[in-house]
Design a protein around this ligand. Structure first.
Ligand code: HEM
Length: 491
């Protein structure tokens, strides 16, 4: 209540209209009013402003500069057509250099020619990742390996003697971290060391604070220490020659980052963990929460997973085999995951305006300003998504159902245009396979809190999806029908 009054006070400035620039929201406290709002509400501030004013774009004056908040699919499409002028890559390359702790020479290499030169370090690296992650044989192979790692790891919960207790967030974080890094880094995966895994998550929680450069050692000590531990593990990883192939993704990345030497490669790889894990883990977590909080949905997902399952006896051993291609073909499971991401997204798709540019012959964006695309505002706009906008709809993204179409640009879960997330298919399908395995194997009984008590932590401004607030303990009860079975996968 107090917070709401505070927000109203900040926002109840005037809106001023000019013929060329987007409408300007003047805060009650000049110069710093919006800064206070961002500091207080984090990414939610942009969403709240978008919802309040319901304009396609607004301008916030901040400390003599400006920030634009875009709230219209048409304008987002116009931005996506200009990836070099309204640039995500510039923000990304500069931020990553600092978050990784690269030295000045390495930062120069990483940022040189971003966006202008198609052969720049940055764009070559992204091209290689997109190429390696195109749906097909390579990605299917990664899905198969990840699934087998999960199956082996989950075995420890198959206790015959009753339920085991787990903190659901920690458990899913561990399983996804292990399976997704094993397929990328192969049998010498540094994350297999629990200390490195823990250090990575210390680093990831608040990694954006490392943007403070040399002060981050004191202002974000846990992220700083975590990073240095992961970097040290990757120095060992790259320092040892190993003829074994790891994954198409790793081969593509290594070829590009080798120019930075072992230290630079280790730092870049530490940051690459953010791309692979920090959005995949919460997406998997909230998918599991959504499914288990609704018994009908759980039954439906189990039916869909069962349709991809065969059981056999081999040399006296019971085997449950999941067909990954059938899970890939289940548009309903994938729709559930996309819908969970729609409802849980907290990302803001920041872009730097590199030249004055006019969008839709109407809105002038000034060079040097920042553009924010508040995913949550776009995903909760009933003008785009209809009256059911606030409700979970498992078939919203199911192309085989008769749902009214929404413009693809309005779904911001994986960005769009030239900067669309290259890991999109691997992430959705990997979560789908994990979910199939998990739901077939376990019942979950929450302790202390109910499913509906779970809230999202919105404080980390760099995430596309927030983690849960506080611990969520569950008793894990293995389903009897699958207890004495070995789990395997086929394509
Ligand atoms: C559910 C999991 C994931 C979500 C929700 C997610 C979401 C996103 C989003 C929103 C963007 C920004 C796009 C934009 O602003 O236009 C992005 C970029 C990116 N993602 Fe993901 N991502 C996920 C998993 C992955 C995985 C597994 C990888 C591993 C390859 C990955 C690699 C990247 C890279 C390299 C970029 C930068 C693309 C560019 O700058 O052109 N992501 N992701």
């Amino acid at each position: 209540m107090v917070y709401d009054s505070f927000l109203k006070y900040l926002m109840f400035g005037r809106v001023s209209f000019s013929s060329q620039e987007p409408p300007q929201v003047l805060p009650a406290v000049p110069y710093i009013g919006h800064l206070i709002g961002i500091f207080w509400y984090k990414n939610f501030y942009y969403t709240k402003l978008s919802k309040k004013f319901r304009l396609p774009i607004i301008k916030l004056p901040i400390l003599g500069g400006q920030l634009y908040i875009v709230n219209s699919p048409k304008l987002i499409a116009a931005i996506e057509r200009r990836p070099n002028t309204v640039s995500f890559w510039h923000i990304e390359a500069n931020a990553i250099g600092r978050i990784a702790g690269l030295d000045r020479d390495a930062v120069n290499t990483v940022t040189l020619g971003v966006g202008d030169d198609t052969n720049s370090f940055w764009l070559k690296g992204l091209r290689a990742i997109h190429y390696a992650m195109v749906p097909g044989e390579g990605v299917n192979d990664m899905l198969l390996k990840a699934a087998q790692v999960s199956a082996n790891s989950l075995r420890q919960f198959d206790s015959q003697s009753g339920a085991m207790r787990a903190d659901l967030w920690k458990w899913i974080t561990y399983e996804i971290t292990l399976s997704h890094t094993d397929v990328v880094y192969g049998h010498r995966n540094p994350y297999r060391n629990p200390e490195v895994e823990a250090a990575f998550w210390d680093f990831a929680q608040g990694a954006w604070k490392l943007l403070l450069g040399k002060y981050s050692k004191f202002l974000a000590p846990s992220s700083y220490k975590g990073r240095e531990k992961v970097v040290s593990a990757f120095k060992d990883y790259f320092g040892t020659s190993d003829p074994q192939s790891t994954s198409p993704l790793m081969e593509a990345r290594t070829a590009n980052v080798a120019i930075l030497g072992t230290e630079g490669m280790a730092r870049m790889e530490c940051v690459n963990g953010l791309a692979i894990l920090v959005n995949t883990v919460p997406s998997a977590f909230w998918t599991i929460v959504q499914i288990y909080s609704n018994s009908q949905l759980l039954q439906r997902v189990r039916d869909l997973a069962n349709a991809a399952l065969t059981k056999e006896h081999v040399a006296g051993v019971k085997r449950s085999k999941i067909n990954i291609l059938k899970i890939q073909q289940s548009l309903e499971i994938q729709s559930i995951i996309q819908e969970v991401i729609r409802l849980r997204t907290t990302g803001i798709g920041p872009r730097l305006v590199r030249e004055d540019v006019v969008l839709h012959e109407q809105y002038l964006l000034k060079k040097g300003s920042t553009v924010i695309i508040p995913n949550r505002a776009i995903h909760f706009d009933e003008r785009t998504w209809g009256e059911s906008v606030d409700i979970f709809d498992k078939n919203r993204f199911n192309k085989s159902s008769n749902k009214a179409k929404v413009p693809p640009v309005a779904y911001r879960g994986f960005g769009g245009g030239a900067t669309i997330c290259p890991g999109k298919h691997f992430a959705i399908e990997g979560i789908a396979v994990f979910t199939a395995l998990f739901t077939l194997k376990y019942d979950l009984r929450p302790l202390q809190r109910d499913w509906s008590d779970l809230e999202q932590d919105m404080r980390d401004m760099s995430l596309q999806l927030g983690s849960p607030n506080g611990r969520f303990l569950v008793d894990v009860v293995p389903c009897k029908s699958v207890l004495d079975s070995e789990w395997c996968f086929e394509l």
